[in-house]
Design a protein around this ligand. Structure first.
Ligand SMILES: Nc1nc2c(ncn2[C@@H]2O[C@H](COP(=O)(O)OP(=O)(O)OP(=O)(O)O)[C@@H](O)[C@H]2O)c(=O)[nH]1
Ligand SMILES: [Mg+2]
Length: 262
């Protein structure tokens, strides 16, 4: 992320009373920003780490992640913005942490973790725009102040924090699949990563039994009837974009187990 974005984030946090960091519970290691967390601490802000999308992992996994973070001294809670699980508790937590009124909570985090969705759920109505895929219509483009209830505001921020887990997540989450000049290498790396945690992920998502990334892309292209016009070879670029899109839409079942955290 560029310096301007960090500055924007610092300014936003400075103006807020509480900082809410939203991470994707399927992969909290990659989607958590220690740098943003230290920034919040340095600014003496109260920080809550929200493990969102808890509907996508078993309850025991959600519990373990929460305990790991709490063990490290963080205020951590798992929620599902989509199914309104524990969102009322989160709302209560934020309120109890603010010691002045009116107060605001800055919602920060890696792209596509569900920051805007959480704000909408707490508001009980839309207001912050959301979208499933980076760069697709509806993603958060600028800072927005939204009223939750009288005296309680939330600040929605664009997902500008870079992945600390590195490649391929940094590329996949940062840009739309259409913008990637060659989607095949990041898609192959993503497939490899998903397979590491769920050998049957692509069987479950597409009915493809192979566990070789390039074979999976080829099989998917063949299954969908995507071929190069001239050579009649399978169009793996289209399959790669589809895998990336389906990963964003959580159509490929996988999660990083808490045991990975060392
Ligand atoms: N399954 C599931 N999906 C969710 C949940 N919360 C959000 N999503 C989905 O995640 C995608 C991203 O949600 P947004 O709220 O736009 O995420 P964001 O962090 O605001 O995204 P940016 O502003 O682009 O950084 C959307 O497709 C949401 O429907 C959840 O609790 N469960
Ligand atoms: Mg958003």
């Amino acid at each position: 992320m560029d310096l301007a974005s960090w500055r924007m984030l610092a300014r936003t946090m400075k103006n807020a009373d509480v900082v809410v960091e939203v991470v994707d519970i399927r992969d909290p290691i990659t989607t958590r920003s220690k740098r943003a967390e230290s920034m919040a601490t340095a600014l003496e802000k109260k920080l809550i780490i929200v493990l969102n999308k808890s509907d996508l992992v078993p309850l025991s996994v959600a519990e373990k992640w929460r305990r790991i973070l709490q063990g490290l001294g963080y205020n951590a809670i798992y929620v599902s913005a989509r199914y309104r699980l524990s969102t009322r508790r989160l709302r209560g937590w934020i309120k109890s942490m603010a010691d002045i009124k009116p107060f605001s909570a800055a919602v920060i985090g890696y792209p596509k973790t569900g920051k805007s969705s959480i704000i909408n759920t707490l508001r009980g109505r839309k207001g912050a725009s959301t979208s499933p895929i980076p760069g697709s219509p509806g993603y958060t483009k600028s800072i927005q102040l939204l009223k939750i209830e009288p005296g309680f505001y939330m600040i929605d921020t664009p997902g500008v924090i870079p992945a600390e887990g590195g490649w391929p997540d940094s590329v996949i989450r940062g840009r739309s699949p259409e913008e990637l000049s060659d989607p095949v290498p990041p898609a192959a790396a993503l497939i490899e990563k998903i397979l590491k945690y769920n050998r049957r992920a692509f069987q479950q998502a597409y009915g493809i039994s192979s566990t070789d990334p390039y074979e999976i892309l080829e099989d998917l292209a063949v299954k969908r009837g995507w071929y190069y016009k001239k050579t009649k070879e399978p169009l793996i670029e289209e399959a790669a974009r589809t895998v990336i899109r389906d990963y964003h839409k959580a159509k490929i079942p996988f999660f990083v187990p808490p045991e990975e955290f060392v």
